[in-house]
Design a binder for this molecule. Structure first.
Ligand code: A2H
Length: 256
């Protein structure tokens, strides 16, 4: 853990339809989710890119918790994140996160979800092996236009859909232009993955390099090409999009 606190925007990605494996797990825990809004909570540093969400990643190797936030709302994230949230006025009782059920990331794969702001009204939960349990919420929303990690992962998933136990179409939604920069155009992550000849999510060093370039280029040189702040600099639009998401009840600020 670093010395400086990291501020994330926590995006609420509502579950619309559970896969059979998840339904089994919830039934065994005697948890009825019919009358509750259940959301996967994805931690992002790039709220201005949420228009381009094409899926949401969980790790098949992480156990997630369903935590009660109110009589009608449930959040899905790691226990570690829920504990942190309980000290940030996100859960009803300070220092407590009420666990309703546990679920393996594996059982969430294929869930149909609604990602706020996305041009795709319904997307799917897909697996990402490189998610760290020690960071954020353990849930990563996928924006392949602007995140080299996300793009490399969806390419890999589409290529080996059977191996990953998913439908190829779930990983094949087109990346959406969100931001344009003079150096990389309007699909920065796609351009960088090509330029650096990144072959798979396992190309760690190249992906770290791509991530660094993409982040700086978009922040300092990028202009929005979609949404309410189209035409504005990313540096300025970033907080506006974040504030709009929070005001709409679709996101909250999460620190660690
Ligand atoms: B970002 P930092 Cl468009 N394990 O969101 C691995 N990666 C994680 C994670 C975890 N437990 N939790 C969050 N992340 C990802 C959007 C995005 C992100 C774009 C471009 C770059 C980017 C869409 N994915 O991140 O280690 C999340 O992906 C690169 C900086 O705290 C989150 O923001 O610096 C970012 O990594 C947090 O990384």
């Amino acid at each position: 853990e670093g010395v400086n606190p990291q501020e994330y925007t926590a995006i609420k990605i509502q579950v619309l339809e559970w896969p059979a494996a998840a339904t089994d797990t919830l039934n065994k825990a005697a948890l009825d989710v019919k009358n509750r809004k259940v959301s996967l909570i994805a931690a992002t540093l790039r709220p201005e890119t949420m228009y381009g969400q094409t899926c949401c990643f969980v790790s098949p190797n992480i156990t997630y918790g369903l935590y009660e936030i109110s009589a009608t709302e449930v959040y899905v994230c790691t226990a570690r994140a829920a504990k942190n949230m309980s000290f940030q006025k996100i859960t009803p009782v300070r220092g407590e996160a009420k666990l309703l059920a546990e679920i393996s990331g594996k059982d969430l794969i294929g869930a149909k979800i609604h990602a706020p702001l996305s041009v795709y009204p319904e997307v799917r939960v897909l697996p990402m092996d490189t998610i760290l349990a020690s960071k954020g919420t353990g849930v990563v929303t996928s924006v392949p236009s602007d995140s080299p990690d996300d793009y490399a992962t969806v390419v890999e998933l589409a290529k080996k859909a059977d191996y990953y136990g998913i439908e190829k179409e779930w990983a094949s939604l087109d990346p959406i232009p969100i931001i344009t920069t003079p150096a990389y155009g309007d699909l920065t992550a796609v351009a960088l993955v090509k330029e650096l000849k990144i072959q798979s999510p396992k190309d760690k060093e190249l992906l770290a390099k791509a991530k660094e370039i993409a982040y700086k280029d978009a922040f300092y040189q990028g202009t929005m090409v979609i949404g309410a702040y189209s035409g504005e600099k990313v540096e300025v639009a970033k907080n506006k999009v974040k504030n709009d998401l929070v005001a709409a009840g679709d996101a909250f600020v999460y620190n660690e």
